[in-house]
Design a protein around this ligand. Sequence first.
Ligand code: HEM
Ligand SMILES: *[C@@H]1O[C@H](CO)[C@@H](O)[C@H](O)[C@H]1NC(C)=O
Ligand SMILES: *[C@@H]1O[C@H](CO)[C@@H](O)[C@H](O)[C@H]1NC(C)=O
Ligand SMILES: *[C@@H]1O[C@H](CO)[C@@H](O)[C@H](O)[C@H]1NC(C)=O
Length: 501
Amino acid sequence: MEPSVVIALGLVLCISCLLLFSAWRKSHGKGQLPPGPTPFPVIGNMLQLDTKNINNSFAPLAKTYGPVFTLYFGPEPVVVLHGYKAVKEALIDHGEDFAARGSFPIIDDFNKGLGIVFSSGERWKQMRRFSLTTLRNLGMGKRSIEERVQEEAKCLVEELKKNKCFSHSLGQPYDPKFLLECAPCNIICSVIFQKRFEYHDQKILHLLEIFDENTEILNSTWIQVYNLFPSIARHLPGSHRKFLKNCQMLRDFILERVEEHQETLDPDNPRDFIDYFLIKMEQEKQNPQSEFTMENLAMMVSDLFIAGSDTTSTTLRYGLLYLLKHPEITDKIHEEIDRVIGPNKNPCMKDRNSMPYTDAVVHEIQRHIDLIPSNVPHAAKQDTQFRQYVIPKGTTVLTSLTSVLYDEKAFPNANQFDPGHFLDESGNFKKSDYFMPFSIGKRSCAGEGLARMELFLVFTTILQNFTLKPLIDPKDIDTTPISSGFGSVPPPYKLHFLPSL
Ligand code: HEM
Ligand SMILES: *[C@@H]1O[C@H](CO)[C@@H](O)[C@H](O)[C@H]1NC(C)=O
Ligand SMILES: *[C@@H]1O[C@H](CO)[C@@H](O)[C@H](O)[C@H]1NC(C)=O
Ligand SMILES: *[C@@H]1O[C@H](CO)[C@@H](O)[C@H](O)[C@H]1NC(C)=O
């Protein structure tokens, strides 16, 4: 080894011992962090974690240490909450204490604390309030969000027909990944920019390319290292540079659209999210402290893409795979569509009230795929007394949504895919407090309403027009996720879309 490498390693070791020592002092000084496995210097408990299936690590630890435990991700302590009671206590009863966002060095490097998803404090509050109000206003507007989603669902079906990816028996089997990525991305475009793109428009292809590439980079081992030791990694070459460059390109793209909007803005007739933001900027022009700045606008829009595209598209793609695997369930949805919507009407949200079975299937898909197993990390806003522990300010807090969505008391035989989990004896839809794929509390998904609209309308519009045909015996379809770390990813698959008669 080169001497410089030895020195660097020595330094890293010293620093982490110091950090560990200070963490130890913190936990024995002011109060106590929850119990957990003993961390190694520098790497903490990383070697004890199965990052590809985080439940495999958390479930046994919860058994040993209880529902509140501490793990060291590298040198930093992370408090994990496991099970409905602890998760609810943190996100609802201590909602304000844990409303801060956990930090991701790679993302912070670009976001600089702006926007909504990764911001905290007063800025986050204002951005969140504005987003919720604006989404509500757009929902009731002249061209409602529902209409925009219906439009996209129709385009999606038309494209599937045009692609000749169906055909009665001989057609090419089709991997729906690309189109199911376009649709949610386009819906965000429609809400933010007022208009969608054609599926082969270079602009949307470029956007999707950027998202795909960044997802891949975020999933790499290098970024895990980067997030643990950012102050060192920042100065090294590596894929984080490409990541930041891609973010910059997305930002430029957004700012171009904003400029177009400024030229055509009619303050009395806001068309989309950007218009509402520009109007708010104008209203707050006199306030030098205003959070409604161009910087925050660009980051908000970028956040909506990041939060709203991949989540919905993965749920749709995974959902179709479940529908292929369970034809008896899919038949019942077809039957409900025939009865309630019929062949000639576009599905709309009002139909959902009369479609408890379909509603239950969509809920069960979201429960079972467990899209974001440990939620998006929160952080303690200040030193917080939680049960008999004290969680120091800034500590990352992970809430295991898996442990709630797979609770055996709330969902008997939780491992089974069964819409009955959301139906009562007479077949009515049955709500559950344990259904929290969007998280709960002050920081829960700001796009839940939109997402649920997309899932219902896209699934019903597809099933109104097509019968899904798998390439293999449904019993042999494997729905096990290929990865289940930060997000669950379904295995790739193909199918036939047979046009309904
Ligand atoms: C099936 C689709 C979706 C799922 C499962 C989902 C889930 C989540 C989850 C678990 C969080 C973190 C909550 C927390 O920190 O406690 C979140 C945050 C967020 N989501 Fe979604 N989401 C989906 C779709 C969308 C869509 C379509 C939008 C677009 C408007 C959106 C916008 C947001 C925003 C802005 C946040 C940040 C909220 C904040 O930090 O205050 N999401 N989502
Ligand atoms: C989580 O892990 C535990 C123990 O390893 C296992 O019993 C349980 O079925 C897992 N849950 C899920 C949803 O994978
Ligand atoms: C993430 O990386 C692992 C290998 O490091 C790979 O097996 C997995 O498919 C990747 N997941 C995604 C979504 O790219
Ligand atoms: C879907 O099917 C319905 C009923 O057959 C029909 O009215 C509608 O035009 C179809 N949609 C598309 C996009 O082809």
